[in-house]
Design a protein around this ligand. Sequence first.
Ligand code: F0G
Length: 455
Amino acid sequence: MSLPPYKIKSVEPINLISKEQRIKKIEAALLNVFGLEADDIYIDLLTDSGTGAMSQKQWAGIMEGDETYAGSRSFKRMKKAIRDILGFEYVLPCHQGRGAEQVLDKLLIKKAQIVPGNAHFDTTKAHIENRGGIAIDCTISKGFEPKIEHPFKGNLDLEKLEKVLKDNKNNIAYILITITCNTIGGQPVSLENIKKVSKIAKKYKKLLFFDGARFAENAYFIKKREKGCQNKTIKEIVKKMMDCADGMLMSAKKDAITNIGGFIALRDKELYKKLVPLDILMEGFPTYGGMSGRDMEALAIGIYEGIDAKFLHYYIENQVGYLGKELSKQGIPIIKPVGGHAVFIDVKRFLPHIPQSQFPGQALCCEIYIEGGIRAVEIGTLLAGRNLETGENIFPKLEMVRLCIPRRVYGKDHLDYVNKIITQVWKRRKTIKGLKFLYEAPILRHFQSTFKRIS
Ligand code: F0G
C-alpha cells in the first residue's frame, strides 16, 4: 500500500442534490451528461482534463506569471522544464492539446494523407479528418479484448503498421503514438514497441510523434511492467521514450496537472520555423500561444509533479487501481488491466440486452448520474461517430463507460461511494433501456447530441 504524498489545504464544497432533482436535471439535459451543470453533480468523473488539483507550489508560481506578450519569462521557464524532462529543443505553446493538433496538422496533412497510429483520440482523429486526412488504427488486436490482461495493450501491431507504410509510401503525413492510449482504456505502450516503431519510421523516412497527454503514466507502467526497467527512474524512462520520436503533441491538462495549456515539442529547427507562423495565426505569439503567463508557470511546475514516482504510484494503484479492484469484487465487468487515469466499464457485458445501435454506454451514464449524482462519460458508439464514406454508425469493438479520476482531487470515501453507486446500478441493470437520437450533432457528436429513451 502506498500513502497519499499530499494533504489538503484548500477545499471546494460539493453537494448531492436529491434523486428527484437528478431525474429532472438529466431529462432537462436531454439525456446527455455534457448538458449537466457543476452544481448538479456530486462526483465528476467526466474527465481528468484540466480538473486536477494544483499544488501550493503551482499556486505560488502563478503569482510569478509574466504576462509579457512577446518574450515572457514564464515561457522561458516552461521551455526549460520541457527541455529538461522531454529533451526536445524547440517548444511551441498552444492553448490545449487540440490547439497543438490543429497547428501541426495544418502543416503536415494534405488531402487523403494517412496518419497511422494506435486508436487516435477523438479530437485528434477529428483534426486529422478536418484536414482531409485519414487516421488508420494499427493497435494490436489484444487491445480490443476486454478480458485479456496484456501488459501493453496500447502497443502498435508492427506488421500492420509496416504494411500501411509500404502500401502508402508517398501518402503518409506522420506516425502518431498515443501514450497512454485513452480510447482503448488508458492502456500503455511498451518501450520496446516504441523503439521498434521508431526504427520503422526511420526506415520509411517518416516523422514520428507522440500524443503525450499521459506520458508520465505510460512511463510508470513501463517501470512497473517492462523487463529491465524496474531500476530506472520515471525521468530516465520518459527520456528513453522521447528519444525515439521527432516530437510530441501535448495536452498539459492531464499529466502536467494544469487547468489549461498545451504545446508542440520538437527536435528539428526547420520544422519549428515552419510551424511558428501557424502558431501565431491560430494560437498566439510563440512565447504564449494561447496560454497566459500564469498557466505557463503552472505547467513548468506541474510537469515535474506529474512525473513524481510517489504521486504516480498513489494515483494509479491506490486510486484508479483501487476503484477497479473494488468494482471487480462486485462482479462488475471492467476492461482489464485497469488503465492509468480511469476505470473503463465494459458495457457489452454490463448491458448485453441493449444493442450498440441504441447507445448502451450513454444510457448507462444517465443511470449512474440518476443513481448517485456521479458523472461518467461514454467511450463507445456515440463517440465513435459515423464512417465518413458510408455515413453508417461505427460500432467499436470496445463499448465503454469511463470513470475518469482527476488528479489529487477525490479521497477514498469518494471512491467507495462510486463503487456503491455503480453496484446499485449493476443490480438493476436489466431495467435499463436503450436510447435514440433526438438531435445528432454533425461532428464530435457525443458533446452535443440529445436523446430519448426507447420504450
Ligand atoms: N490526446 C489525448 C490522448 C487526449 O486524451 C486528449 C483529451 C487530447 C489529445 C486533446 O487534448 O483536451 O487538451 O484539447 N482528452 C480529454 C479526455 C478531453 O477527457 O480524455 P485537449
